[in-house]
Design a protein around this ligand. Structure first.
Ligand code: F6P
Length: 366
């Protein structure tokens, strides 16, 4: 590949962390230096680092040995939106011009923004103001459009599946109903894929609003057949038909301040009341975002990081790397953030699970 003029690549990780971020950073820095002869600097704590002009030089040695590490060596922030920076008393201010000045002062020629939809929305805003950048899609939720999958998702589903395996034995011993709550925000990918991998009996996702009566009927049906335990996997965004999602907290200054959480406790209480079977709930929470990435995520993250450098070499600014089938490609960030990727009602996994007898708390799924 022909070498371009010497550039300085700035890389940041924004929003919630996710396994594989360090693998992307490593691939960005190593490819930039080795393949293209560019320099790399790491922006500290996501967009906060651009607001406060904080960055560090990244050499090959700085990213050596981080492939298997969870989290992000650069730090991250989910409350540093330069277009809506919290300014006290519920007000916000726009510091995007300052961000552009700081990026220039730090010597950044092109920015690599690694993040989910919040990070990509901000990136798109900065691109429109003239900052050359490319995006790398990250989120355990797998809810970003225009990429088949985001890195971090595979690791999180493995963690969910392992957790369900562990819960099976205690559920069986105590003849209990265990309600396991996964993350995923408004998309059911984590609960669906993690729940199926763990052999969950009932899976509740936001895309298929449930009827608690249908959930209890299935638990009772299993009980009558001698299966005196049940595993219910509920996405944090699962909601009853005609009802609302359960909000756990608000994080002011975050691109989406709503944090879901708590539905599993509600469901467990209702099951116990209606069936008289003992029920417990387990919220997997941030365990799903921690720890070492799976081999699949390490490879995907590495391909994304290297792919981002190739986009820069071709000056395809404003694009985000994505996985389409077996190929790494580029897609406009603007297009990628237009729509959230949720589980379609005709998704093959729903059909397969339905055929196996997995229930979704809805009588009319297919
Ligand atoms: O988007 C990733 C995610 O882990 C969601 O699944 C979850 O709803 C949210 O972030 C939790 O955010 P926080 O780390 O701010 O609690």
């Amino acid at each position: 590949m022909p070498r371009k003029a010497k550039k300085t690549i700035g890389v940041l990780t924004g929003g919630g962390d996710c396994p594989g971020l360090n693998a992307v950073i490593r691939a960005v820095v190593k490819t930039a230096i080795t393949q293209y002869g560019w320099n790399a600097i790491g922006v500290v704590d996501g967009y906060k680092g651009l607001i406060e002009k904080k960055a560090v030089r990244l050499r090959r040695a700085d990213v050596s040995g981080i492939l298997m590490r969870g989290g992000t060596i650069l730090g991250t922030s989910n409350t540093a939106d330069p277009f809506h920076l919290p300014a006290g008393r519920g007000r916000t201010r726009d510091v995007s011009a300052q961000v552009l000045r700081n990026a220039r002062a730090l010597g950044i020629d092109v920015l690599v923004a690694i993040g989910g939809d919040g990070t990509m929305h901000i990136a798109e805003g900065l691109r429109k103001l003239g900052l050359p950048l490319v995006g790398v899609p990250k989120t355990i939720d797998n809810d970003l459009s225009e990429t088949d999958v985001t890195f971090g998702f595979n690791t999180a589903t493995q963690i969910i599946s392992d957790a369900i395996d562990n819960l099976h034995s205690t559920a069986m011993s105590h003849h209990r109903v265990m309600v396991v709550e996964t993350m995923g925000r408004y998309a059911g990918w984590l609960a669906l894929v993690g729940g199926l991998a763990g052999g969950g009996d009932i899976i509740l996702i936001p895309e298929v609003p449930f009827r608690i009566e249908a959930v209890c009927d299935e638990v009772m049906r299993r009980s009558r057949q001698g299966r005196r335990f049940s595993i219910v996997v509920a996405a944090e965004g699962a909601r009853p038909r005609g009802g609302l999602m359960v909000v756990g907290r608000r994080v002011e200054g975050s691109p989406d301040p709503i944090r879901l959480g708590g539905i599993s406790a509600v469901i467990a209480a209702e099951i116990e009341k209606a069936t008289k079977l003992e029920a417990r709930n387990v919220v997997l929470g941030h365990l799903q975002r921690g720890g070492s990435p799976t081999a699949y995520d390490r490879i995907l993250a590495t391909r994304f990081g290297a792919g981002a450098m190739h986009l820069i070499a071709e000056e395809r600014f404003g694009e985000m790397v994505c996985l389409k089938g077996a190929e790494i490609r580029g897609v406009s960030i603007e297009r990628a953030i237009r729509k959230r990727k949720t589980v379609p009602r005709d998704h093959p996994l729903l059909r397969i699970a339905d055929g196996l007898g997995t229930r979704f708390g809805d009588d009319g799924l297919l």
